[in-house]
Design a protein around this ligand. Structure first.
Ligand code: NAD
Length: 357
């Protein structure tokens, strides 16, 4: 099969990690007889430098026409002086919005080979940990009406949390489908004891659960969920939550794994289309120095194969190859520990491919 992948390397370490990821995809292509065609496009600071706009129209167009988007990272100190709405990071919001990507999927996996990096007690993650956080991405308080006003106590500001039933239903469907492919457990996180929008959220998700009788649905308040993730993370399989709660919980879940260079993510819309990127930023301090860890991006490509292209075996193979590199004791600087063998960005890509060939 032939797949068109829009590749947006972006800034900082973006080009380094995308280069290694293409290497791994090409290797999968040869082994499984697929053709991956890359359409390289600009976004972020490099696009500002080249065309004066962090998200050129032709980038959005190419992404929309592609079968999937693979993104490195954007931003860096060079563009920090720009006003908020002109900064490179706006490219991410623009892409999500214009491509209709309303669900952010982040696995938080503690690889048994990296269990020492986890900041929790060893028994909390014994045997590894695998949680999937599904966050609503285009609604809620971040996109509700906002403004300032005068009150009896003086000047004030407000942001409104608003969710329509349809917005809740479509993110919940993604989470239920995800749970069906995993352990069939879904925890919906809200603040229904206080917020009207959370009561609607909970009602719509409960209604939808009738269509998924095999999935065990539970509800949890956000404050309790934040605590339970630290106390007993293994109780979770799939978590679904709002934009703001998800922003916080997905970072918390990621940090449990202790290794920012290992974590992929996907932003999905209706159908199979998605944008795939590591959760970390552009790490400008590491750019072009052959020290960044490309594994999060390589694992993002595996997610693309699984969720957008339906290539399950190929995705599993990439994930197995990553684990094999770790199991052989090779580590980039961010994961380095006693007795481990140091490798750089390029060698990581080479070693992952060597386990695929
Ligand atoms: P960052 O994720 O770039 O870096 C945080 C720390 O993690 C740094 O010490 C960095 O060296 C390290 N790190 C990150 N990725 C790594 C990797 N693959 N291998 C090894 N070490 C890695 O976050 P930051 O420093 O807050 O932000 C830097 C820039 O990235 C900023 O301009 C920020 O706005 C941008 N940013 C972009 C995205 C994105 O494109 N999705 C996300 C977050 C931050």
């Amino acid at each position: 099969m032939k797949y068109n992948i829009a590749t947006v390397s972006g800034d900082g370490i973006g080009p380094d990690i995308i280069r290694e990821t293409k290497k791994v995809l090409d290797c999968i292509g040869i082994k499984y007889n697929h053709q991956f065609i890359y359409i390289d496009k600009l976004a972020g600071g490099c696009a500002i430098d080249a065309v004066g706009n962090c998200l050129p129209g032709e980038t959005v167009e190419a992404c929309a026409k592609s079968d999937g988007v693979l993104l490195g990272a954007v931003g860096g100190p060079k563009w920090d002086h720009l006003p908020g709405n002109e900064r490179p990071e706006q490219a991410l919001l623009g892409l999500r919005k214009q491509l209709g990507l309303f669900a952010n999927i982040r696995p938080a996996i503690v690889f048994t080979e990296l269990a020492d990096a986890c900041p929790l007690r060893k028994e909390s993650v014994d045997g590894g940990l695998d949680i999937m956080v599904v966050r609503e991405l285009t609604g809620g308080i971040y996109f509700g009406e906002k403004g300032s006003c005068d009150t009896k106590l003086g000047p004030a500001a407000y942001d409104i949390e608003i969710y329509s039933e349809e917005e809740v239903r479509r993110i919940a469907a993604i989470a239920f489908d995800m749970a069906m492919k995993r352990e069939k457990k879904l925890t919906s996180v809200d603040k229904a004891n206080v917020l009207e929008s959370s009561r609607l959220w909970r009602r719509v998700i409960t209604e939808l659960s009738v269509d998924y009788p095999d999935v065990e649905l539970s509800h949890m308040y956000i404050d309790n969920a934040a605590m339970q993730l630290i106390r007993n993370p293994k109780q979770f399989d799939v978590i679904v939550t709002t934009n703001m709660f998800g922003d916080i919980l997905s970072d918390e879940a990621s940090m449990i794994t202790g290794s920012i260079g290992m974590l992929p993510s996907a932003s999905l819309g209706k159908g199979n289309f998605g944008m795939y990127e590591p959760i970390h930023g552009s790490a400008p301090d590491l750019a072009g120095r052959d020290i960044a860890n490309p594994m999060a991006t390589i694992l993002s490509a595996a997610m693309m194969l699984r969720y957008s292209f339906g290539l399950y075996e190929e995705a599993d193979e990439i994930e197995r190859a990553v684990r094999s590199v770790l199991a052989s004791g090779y580590r980039t600087a961010d994961l380095m520990g006693p007795g481990m063998k140091p490798i750089g960005t390029k060698e990581t890509g080479d070693r992952v491919t060597s386990f695929i060939k």
